[in-house]
Write a protein that binds this ligand. Structure first.
Ligand code: SAM
Length: 280
């Protein structure tokens, strides 16, 4: 991240979620994205709202040309929305969003209307979010994962460690060194009561072609002052979680989501989501 500035990739993914409403069918859409962003992203989303038919056509064309890659954010967000919905149906009323960026779940999902939501993020990104969305709906917890302990800050902010939580870590692990991932997992484990769930999106190491594709995306991310630092395949991620006291419930990627959510086959597999629980 560029010191003193909110994360650029957080703005990119918020923009992608804003456009998600024009996909056919939409998997996840964020009507708050336009308020979270400034120009040129907010201007583009306003233009999209003004010309919805043209936007739908442009989005469908991108979907076809990229063989579904342009939807990667929608898949990720939708699968994590479903994790939250299931947790809410099971009575979990405490939500922690690690590296929340411009995630608007707390405002967007009706299932969270009465939940206590904690948003943990780098102070530079969080200051920007606070200024846009205001106080009240979420408890903001500023933390730099490379320097501080999210768990201590969460407890100080009022996390009830006797109640189960659903914790989301979406689109962040790939920007952190493995030591910061391990430290966050190790310190979060004791504050997660039995019945808690932790969902992490991560970037897989993958095939040679997948690695080439990721290098190209990495160049674009590097141009924004951010850097991919962590990729690993499911067995290594499972071993990491195991070492830190978590038991994997499931681990899925785009080849699982495309048939389930859209009735399509999909060959590429850029990112995955693993859901785990504290091991007894
Ligand atoms: C790609 S964005 C994802 C944001 C959000 N989870 C989403 O999906 O919209 C990456 C996020 O990681 C956060 N981040 C990156 N490095 C961090 C660090 N060292 N400590 C805390 N947050 C960090 C950024 O502030 C940003 O919000």
């Amino acid at each position: 991240m560029i010191p003193g500035e909110p994360s650029t990739t957080a703005r990119w993914v918020a923009f992608a979620r804003g456009l998600g409403g024009y996909e056919s069918p939409p998997l996840a859409a964020d009507p708050h994205a336009v308020d979270l962003l400034h120009a040129p992203w907010s201007t583009l989303l306003r233009a999209a709202a003004r010309w919805p038919r043209a936007t739908r056509m442009a989005v469908a064309t991108m979907d076809t040309l990229s063989q579904g890659r342009s939807r990667f954010m929608s898949y990720r967000t939708r699968v994590l929305d479903d994790v939250v919905r299931h947790a809410s149906a099971d009575g979990i009323e405490q939500v922690v969003i690690l590296g929340a960026g411009l995630d608007a779940r707390a405002w967007r999902l009706p299932e969270l209307a009465t939940a206590r939501v904690f948003e943990v993020d780098h102070p530079d990104t969080q200051d920007y979010k606070r200024a846009r969305m205001g106080e009240g709906r979420v408890t903001y917890v500023p933390v730099d994962f490379e320097k501080e302990t999210a768990a201590d800050a969460l407890v100080a902010a009022g996390l009830d460690v006797s109640r189960p939580s659903v914790v989301l870590w979406e689109g962040v692990a790939m920007y952190l060194p493995p030591a910061a991932i391990d430290a966050t997992l190790a310190t979060m484990r004791p504050v997660l009561a039995t019945g808690s769930r932790l969902a992490i999106s991560y970037s897989r190491r993958g095939s040679a072609l997948g690695r080439l594709e990721r290098e190209l995306v990495g160049l674009i991310v590097g141009g924004a002052g951010e850097r991919f630092r962590h990729h690993e395949d499911p067995p290594q991620m499972r071993a990491r979680l195991d070492r830190q006291g978590f038991r994997v419930l499931w681990d899925e990627g785009h080849p699982d989501w495309a048939p389930r959510l859209l009735g399509r086959r999909q060959g590429w597999d850029l990112q995955r989501i693993v859901v785990c629980e504290p091991a007894r």
